[in-house]
Design a protein around this ligand. Structure first.
Ligand code: URA
Length: 474
């Protein structure tokens, strides 16, 4: 029996090096015990010598991607599971595509909660100002469900590049000084700061975005599980907000229809002096530049430009048509009624939205006023062409393996020519930039189909196409 020691619970490079040496030495999975975080030599009993007939081998990219997620899971069995998969891949190179294989299925099952834990960390870390510390520094306490601190910290660096901060957790801490990201061992809760002014800010912000008419307590608790509440300043508002939701909704219904005051929207709209002209050097720069876009006149009547969002390394990218009323107000794609259909279809197809990138062919909301209502208007060719500059740069920076065009406008943007949906859906279409394309129905189209049976058929087709795209992207 060999003991293989790793530097820490997420030491992927250590695992990779060790697994390679073990595989070359012909050491079977049953002969290795993996230990994370141990001191001393990598191999407690000496480096394994490569066997004379050691096979040359490489691991497929899909395995490496999956392994990087799985290694962040808490299950101590993960190292051995990965080694077993690596071992078996040499004889079965397509093994990783076989989702019915118990090892592959287990690894995929482990990757999901890791992605969820990382998503929760992005959503629920709340920084607090450290009193009396110069230069100004923020700290946050967080208890992740899996070992996701190293994996998720770069997100905060991108988001808060100019802010010095520490994210403290029981197992690992991340520190950003504006220049270097460092990791240190975990600390106890007492090391984290308590209340400060930012908490009031969060509470005011949360109360202002809480919409009583859209309250779904179960969905809310699933998205924001109670275990995170004690570290969220806004959480103490939740019971009252829930209790008053029904009354507030009744009052809202009784009121005249509201349309965001165009004057107020314009007044709060940030003035952009800088319009992004050159090639965006990064996805962050691109996202930050969308609101300043003046490539066509649509910006004039929109509240803001709505950039894409999601994983910067997504293998799967979705392109919708344009932001709707709610997306225009929220500044995020697919959060309104079409977004709900989209989320439902993603869930049925088994596609984790946070591992994908979701954007639109046109970044500003095109609409006309009918009374107080803002009614969606389909963008015309010149607007789609003008906005294609953004979509092309998103494609260049993210380099997804698969791009799904949701509806005809997106298809025109992605394929550069009219691509009828019914005739082209359900298959991969090669794109010039190495990616594969898939076209499918737009979720809003399904909302408008009057016939219940046709609606159900359309939804089924959408789910099938999303599942196909996810499989192609694996
Ligand atoms: N429809 C779209 O095409 N995109 C959105 O973001 C919302 C609705």
């Amino acid at each position: 029996m060999r003991i293989a020691r790793l530097a820490g619970p997420t030491d992927f490079e250590g695992w990779r090096k060790t697994a390679r040496a073990l595989r070359l030495a012909g050491v079977t999975p049953g002969e290795v015990v993996w230990a994370a975080g141990g001191e001393g030599e990598l191999f407690a009993d000496g480096d394994p010598a490569p066997a004379a007939d050691a096979p040359a081998f490489t691991a497929p990219r899909a395995f490496v991607d999956l392994a990087q997620e799985v290694i962040c899971h808490r299950d101590p069995e993960r190292f051995n599971l990965l080694y077993r998969l690596l071992w078996r891949l040499q004889d079965q190179p397509a093994l990783i595509q076989d989702i019915t294989d118990p090892d592959v299925a287990r690894a995929r099952e482990m990757a999901k909660p890791v992605a969820r834990a990382s998503h929760k960390m992005k959503a629920f870390v709340r920084f607090r100002l450290l009193p009396g510390v110069e230069p100004e520094t923020y700290a946050a306490w967080f208890e992740p469900m899996h070992h996701v601190v190293e994996k998720t910290a770069p997100f905060f660096v991108r988001r808060f590049a100019g802010m010095r901060f520490s994210i403290l957790t029981p197992e690992a801490c991340a520190h950003w000084d504006g220049d270097t990201l460092r990791f240190t061992p975990g600390v106890s809760r007492d090391a984290a700061p308590a209340d400060d002014l930012l908490e009031d800010f969060w509470r005011t912000y949360y109360a202002s975005i809480f919409n009583p008419a859209r309250l779904k307590v179960k969905a809310m608790q699933a998205e924001m599980p109670k275990k995170y509440w004690r570290n969220l300043p806004e959480a103490r508002l939740i019971p009252d907000l829930i209790a008053s939701a029904a009354g507030r909704t009744a009052a809202m219904v009784a009121q005249a229809p509201t349309e965001p005051s165009r004057h107020a929207a314009k007044a709060t709209k940030p003035v952009r002096d800088v319009v992004l002209e050159g090639t965006p050097p990064s996805l962050e720069a691109l996202v930050a530049g969308v609101d300043g876009c003046r490539r066509c006149p649509l910006w004039k009547d929109a509240t803001q430009g709505v950039p894409g969002e999601g994983s910067a390394t997504a293998r799967l990218m979705f392109v919708g048509e344009q932001p709707g009323d709610q997306e225009d107000l929220a500044g995020r794609p697919f959060v309104g009624p079409a977004g709900q259909v989209f989320d439902k279809a993603l869930a049925e197809a088994g596609v984790p939205r946070e591992q994908t990138y979701v954007t639109n062919a046109v970044k500003h909301f095109k609409h006309e006023l009918r009374g107080k209502k803002r009614l969606h208007k389909t963008p015309v060719q010149s607007e789609i062409s003008a906005c294609r500059w953004w979509v092309d740069h998103e494609r260049r920076l993210i380099r997804p393996r698969v791009i799904v065009a949701l509806g005809a406008t997106a298809a025109l943007s992605v394929f550069g020519k009219a691509t009828p949906i019914a005739a082209n859906r359900g298959r991969a279409i090669q794109l010039p930039d190495q990616a594969q394309g898939v076209v499918t129905y737009h979720p809003s189209f399904l909302l408008r189909v009057p016939d219940a049976e046709a609606k159900e058929q359309g939804f089924k087709a959408l789910v099938e196409d999303l599942a196909l795209a996810w499989k192609l992207a694996a």
